[in-house]
Design a protein around this ligand. Structure first.
Ligand SMILES: Nc1ncnc2c1ncn2[C@@H]1O[C@H](COP(=O)(O)OP(=O)(O)OP(=O)(O)O)[C@@H](O)[C@H]1O
Ligand SMILES: [Mg+2]
Length: 150
């Protein structure tokens, strides 16, 4: 469990975590899916921004709510990081139609991906079994967040 007392602290945690995930992606040669669950405003996007910036992405990282997902190239690597926000989708079929299965399971020899998903409960049945779950909760005061990497 991690108790964050500011957005900056949440992003620092994300930076540390992203280094571990990138190493794991390189070692395992597999795509890693990270599901971020938690209520509105609990810090999921803040975490994702810290995570993606730490992978050397310079561009602004907006909340992708209106586009469902955004794709960023990881610096100096043939890897991509995807940021999904499924708040607006109703059924997992909408995501399957966007080519989700190829993203989480790219063909052998092709690039590996890191896939971060906000509101992952909506597609729980099509998520890989080894998905890493991170749970976000509001704490006792306005700036506290309780973050659990499961
Ligand atoms: N400790 C903290 N960690 C992260 N964000 C914090 C913290 N304290 C305050 N905040 C504020 O809470 C808000 C978190 O918003 P954010 O968009 O990251 O939430 P979210 O979980 O992605 O919400 P949504 O479900 O709407 O996508 C931001 O405005 C941020 O500045
Ligand atoms: Mg968000």
């Amino acid at each position: 469990m991690f108790l964050s007392k500011s957005k900056i602290q949440t992003q620092k945690l994300a930076t540390e975590f992203s280094k571990v995930v990138l190493k794991e992606t390189i070692c395992s040669q597999k795509t890693i899916v990270i599901a971020l669950s938690g209520e509105l405003g609990s810090g999921k996007t803040a975490f994702v921004q810290g995570f993606i910036k730490a992978l050397g992405v310079k561009s602004h990282i907006p909340s992708p709510t209106f586009v469902i997902y955004r794709k960023y190239k990881i610096k100096d690597k043939d890897y991509f990081v995807y940021h999904f926000d499924l708040y607006r989708i109703q059924k997992s079929k909408e995501i399957v139609d966007l080519g989700f299965k190829k993203i989480i399971n790219p063909l052998a020899g092709k690039s590996r991906n890191i896939v971060l998903i906000e509101w992952p409960e909506k597609i729980k049945k099509i998520l890989p079994k080894n998905t890493v779950w991170i749970d976000f909760k509001h704490g006792e005061n306005e700036k506290e967040r309780i973050i659990n990497i499961l």
